[in-house]
Design a protein around this ligand. Structure first.
Ligand code: HEM
Length: 442
């Protein structure tokens, strides 16, 4: 018998997960005020998957089941693209966030080499130097917030290793970038107006900083090209300038500017927030802290690595990874989701899964001593072809910052209740900034 009938693609009827019966205005309000809490409540009520109409992102299916997360992350990027809108609204069309399909594959191939585990080892010395420079000003015996220090360290590290910035450009970028990131991060989750409403409006100020930033990047590019040692330079800007796509074409200046800003925006606040939480957690867990101090005096780092993995699980700073359904319909488990919907993997809720992580609220690095975390149950860096390009870089940076601090300071332990969550827009930080008391080791 002919196969003609079975050759016709069968488009299944849409079948969406349950939709909470909450007025849209209230959904929007709850999402804007406390999206983490809202998603937690709804997942508790509806199981591991529900449908919702998010402000800015529109209709979306939220997923907190590791099996469904695995399916989302391993689906062809031709069927699931990046969530829309995304950070490229702020960073520009040359940002990797803006790219899907072949353009995305090509860009990732271009970015991959400098971010490999082996390449990022070259940057350890810069991280240690920046940590020593920053912590030289830490007060002794007086409580202070570690987050601002961590923000400065991660910013300086990216400016030096990624931008290759030094001298006047380094200082100028250090002035322009922090307020840009703070404001951009807040605006990232709000609708973008059609026009900027003048230079004193938030979007106008962002555009003004961008103009200043572009001028500095132009100078950096010219400086790098003019450097007689250009071929030996190891900063990521030099690697981008030297690299080319498969057809031999280089990245344009505009795309380089957008991408440098992307690496900075994606890599600076996230890493700093995780480090802030690391100090917050360790100061409340004396046994872990004591064992880490003993380990820091050796060349081992098994416990330190496990502690960082556990902080990333129990204090997840990026709460979701999102995709956009490009296919006409997308079958996710038993559900059938129409094209144009977003699929949002709730990273924070997946990390709280008691079947995978017994007693999930407990901070216990021992969970990760025996072995690596399960692939789609521990996902602070997202997954699949869009998995965080800076994961190895962030891992190295957090390890070296923590090692350096433990080698030079005693951190006082505390019985104070844990710090609450604070939403900075994109990343979640400890509300009081990861406050600790330290004494210099003599
Ligand atoms: C602890 C620190 C960090 C965390 C928690 C983090 C988390 C994430 C997450 C959740 C995603 C989305 C992945 C997905 O959609 O599946 C992402 C993407 C990305 N991250 Fe990170 N990140 C961190 C550090 C960094 C660093 C240091 C850099 C670069 C210097 C970086 C650059 C990027 C870029 C460029 C993307 C977009 C990848 C793409 O769309 O292909 N991140 N990150």
């Amino acid at each position: 018998m002919s196969d003609a009938v079975s050759d016709v693609p069968v488009v299944r009827a849409v079948k969406l997960p349950p939709t909470p019966r909450i007025p849209k205005v209230l959904q929007g309000l709850a999402f804007t005020v406390s999206r983490r809490w809202m998603v937690q409540q709804l997942l508790r009520r509806y199981g591991n998957v529900f449908t919702i109409d998010f402000p800015v992102y529109g209709p979306a299916v939220v997923v907190a089941d590791p099996r469904l997360a695995r399916q989302v992350f391993t689906t062809s990027p031709d069927d699931l693209g990046n969530i829309r809108p995304n950070l490229s609204r702020l960073l520009g069309s040359g940002s990797v966030f803006a790219l899907d399909g072949d353009d995305h594959r090509r860009r990732r191939r271009l970015l991959a080499p400098p971010f490999h585990g082996k390449s990022v080892k070259n940057y350890e010395a810069v991280v240690e130097e920046e940590t020593l420079r920053e912590t030289a000003h830490w007060p002794e015996g007086k409580e202070f917030a570690t987050l601002p220090s961590m923000m400065r360290i991660t910013l300086n590290v990216i400016l030096r290793t990624v931008f290759g910035a030094g001298g006047a450009e380094f200082d100028e970028l250090r002035r322009i970038i922090p307020p840009w990131v703070t404001l951009g991060s807040r605006l990232a989750i709000l609708p973008k107006p059609a026009r900027t409403y003048g230079r004193y409006s938030p979007w106008g100020r962002l555009a003004e900083w961008r103009r200043k930033y572009d001028a500095v990047v132009d100078r950096l590019i010219d400086g790098e090209r003019a450097d007689p040692h250009f071929e030996e330079r190891t900063d990521i800007l030099a690697l981008m300038l030297r690299s080319s796509y498969e057809d031999g074409s280089p990245m344009s200046r505009k795309d380089i500017g957008d991408e440098l800003l992307t690496l900075l925006a994606a890599g600076h606040e996230t890493t700093a927030a995780t480090l802030g939480w690391t100090f917050e957690r360790l100061s409340r867990h004396p046994d872990v802290l004591a064992a880490l101090i003993a380990e820091a005096d050796t060349d081992n780092h098994q416990l330190r690595q496990a502690a960082i993995l556990e902080v990333q699980r129990v204090r997840t700073v990026i709460d979701f990874a999102g995709r956009h359904v490009l296919a006409p319909v997308y079958e996710l488990g038993e559900w059938v989701i129409p094209g144009g919907y977003s699929i949002v993997v709730s990273i924070a809720q997946i990390h709280a899964n008691a079947d995978v992580f017994p007693d999930p609220d407990r901070f216990d690095p021992q969970r990760f001593i025996a072995g690596k975390p399960p692939t789609f149950a521990w996902i602070p860096f997202g997954g699949g072809t869009r998995r965080c390009v800076g994961a190895a870089f962030a891992g190295m940076e957090m390890d070296v910052v923590l090692r350096t601090v433990l080698r030079h300071f005693i951190i006082e332990t505390s019985t104070a209740p844990g710090e609450k969550w604070h939403a900075r827009g994109v990343a979640f930080t400890p509300k009081d900034g990861g406050r600790i008391v330290v004494h210099r080791r003599r």
